[in-house]
Design a protein around this ligand. Structure first.
Ligand code: G4P
Length: 531
């Protein structure tokens, strides 16, 4: 029974550069899963295109993203969990953390724009974690780039191997549909049609004259040539290579026109991995193990400032999670019981009694959880692979109201536990340096410190390039380094030492001068890529 629950689950994330079509695709997948009835039901989890720093917008988004953080639905005997990732680049860190909780991803690429900045960054994280990727090239109804060129740039810029499983016939105004190389089916495109199932034809042999009849002689000949070429230049599709994160199958379609989405979903549920095992500091935990384990990858504050509780999102790794049972919080060495855990179906949440590996449960929290915390049935373990990445923007937090120092301390600790930003403290002086990937977080912090903790602050820009966690087995050199560079040495939230590098050049000089010290751009020093 437990085994069935595990094998039927598919927990994944959809990633893309903003505007490539992630929201549209999510919505279409939910429609297929029967989880929503009408288009437009999924609110775009992104900020308004013009105003990026409007608090009400931020607050609204926080509200929306609780509801759409996880969207579960049943499809063809499978339980699919989509973990939503914020589209806005300032919330990239949130996205990286969510990627620790998925077993695979669907990468959406805009056929007109090709590989974009966020695509590269997100794929860096996927590669590091060996996450299997299916590529969906969207907006084929637009005058996009040549498909060979697109695949070429995906391979080169994202360092992945691709294998088209469908191939487009024409593009933009001449887009006629796709040939599904896997199912050997021709699928014809008609814009603005919601159901395309009647336009699918089995064409086992491409030399069949049926093909000429359906798409015209020229397009048919072109397709024959293309398919021959594809078989020559791309590797044969192999599910194991995909699950090993070596080969990415590619589909072409148009999410807006609901074209190619069902094929994507059908293939996805069939080939995507079921809940995978995960590495802890002690041992690997298999999804099939009897005892419950899980980890917190996201924390969401309550929108209502009168209720200081938060929702911690816990990915179940093994065993069965049950409501009202005591579980062991390994960092605090403390037992906790959850009387109203929430589960996520469609874009709604409701109290659940039990959940299985691959599922995400929302746990109401009054301050017990930090991102990365582990729960078990008593075993002392801590899940790996939830690193902090070096921020890109650094500012000193300056207290504007000495009477509220305690509130500020508490507030900034709690906000950084939630993962809003990273905190580095420099001694002497207890200087608080806040690091983020975007400017928006500073506004969020200022706003929330004031409204939730009554503390006011300002920020002063600091000229740092990267935060580098460092280690060394050479204790003498380590001490020499810490003493000589004391003005650049801070500690992170877990008291790990961090060197704040002013520039790439300066970091290189320091690395040359202290050869026995290792510098890292992520907090998880050992084997970051381990799942
Ligand atoms: P995102 O979540 O990745 O940021 O993208 P989203 O789905 O919001 O899509 C961005 C824009 O691209 C939307 O248009 C959406 O309608 C459009 N789009 C998505 N898929 C396709 C497609 O297959 N073909 C074409 N031509 N357009 C597509 P918008 O005008 O920015 O927003 P809206 O007013 O339509 O919501």
């Amino acid at each position: 029974m437990r085994q069935d629950e595990i094998t039927k689950r598919r927990t994944f994330g959809i990633i893309s550069h903003p505007d490539a079509g992630k929201t549209t695709l999510t919505e279409k997948l939910l429609l297929f899963g029967g989880a929503i009835k009408t288009a437009g039901a999924v609110k775009s989890n992104k900020f308004g295109k013009t105003a990026t720093s409007d608090f009400m917008e931020i607050e609204k988004q926080r509200g929306i993203s609780v509801a759409t953080s996880v969207m579960g639905f049943e499809y063809d005997g499978y339980k699919v969990n989509i973990l939503d990732t914020p589209g806005h680049k300032d919330f990239a860190e949130d996205t990286y953390r969510t990627l620790t909780a998925v077993d695979s991803v669907i990468l959406v690429i805009d056929s007109v724009k090709g590989v974009e900045e966020q695509t590269r960054k997100l794929m860096d994280v996927c590669r590091m974690r060996h996450t299997p990727v299916i590529v969906f090239i969207n907006k084929m109804d637009r005058e996009g780039q040549d498909p060979y060129q697109l695949l070429d740039s995906i391979e080169k810029e994202l360092s992945i191997h691709t294998r088209p499983l469908s191939w487009p016939i024409g593009i933009g105004s001449t887009f006629k549909g796709v040939y599904n190389l896997f199912e050997k089916q021709l699928q014809l495109f008609s814009p603005n049609k919601s159901n395309i199932s009647e336009d699918v034809f089995d064409i086992e042999n491409l030399n069949d004259v049926e093909l000429d009849k359906r798409i015209g002689k020229d397009a048919a000949n072109q397709l024959r040539e293309d398919v021959e070429l594809i078989d020559e230049i791309y590797e044969t599709f192999d599910e194991t290579l995909y699950r090993d994160a070596y080969l990415s199958p590619v589909f072409f379609g148009s999410a807006l026109n609901n074209f190619g989405v069902k094929e994507l979903l059908d293939t996805f549920v069939r080939i995507a991995p079921s809940p995978l095992s995960r590495e802890t500091d002690k041992r690997e935990i298999l999804a099939t193990e009897e005892n419950f384990t899980g980890f917190v990858f996201k924390i969401h504050a309550n929108l209502d400032p009168n209720h200081r509780d938060r929702i911690a999102f816990c990915r179940i790794v093994s065993g069965k999670f049950e409501r009202n049972k005591f579980y062991y919080h390994t960092r605090l060495d403390k037992k906790l019981r959850f009387s109203s855990p929430v589960g996520f179906m469609a874009n709604e949440k409701s109290i659940l009694d039990e959940a299985y590996p691959g599922d995400v449960v929302g746990l109401y929290d009054t301050g017990n959880f930090k991102i990365g915390d582990s729960l078990s049935e008593g075993e002392q373990l801590s899940f790996k692979g939830i690193p902090s990445f070096s921020p890109e923007i650094f500012k000193e937090l300056i207290n504007k109201d000495p009477l509220k120092t305690k509130q500020l301390e508490k507030g900034i600790r709690q906000l950084t536990d939630e993962g809003v930003a990273q905190l580095f403290v420099r001694q002497p002086g207890n200087t608080k340096i806040i690091g983020t990937v975007g400017e928006l977080q500073f506004e969020v912090i200022q706003f929330r410190l004031l409204h939730e903790y009554g503390a006011s602050c300002i920020f002063q820009h600091l000229n740092f390039y990267k935060a580098c966690w460092f280690t060394s087995t050479d204790k003498v050199m380590l001490n020499k380094f810490i003493t000589q560079k004391s003005q650049y040495i801070t500690v992170d939230k877990d008291d790990r030492p961090v060197f704040m590098a002013e520039s790439e050049w300066y970091l290189k000089v320091v690395m040359q001068n202290f050869p026995n010290i290792e510098f890292h751009f992520t907090s998880e020093i050992k084997k970051v890529g381990d799942n």
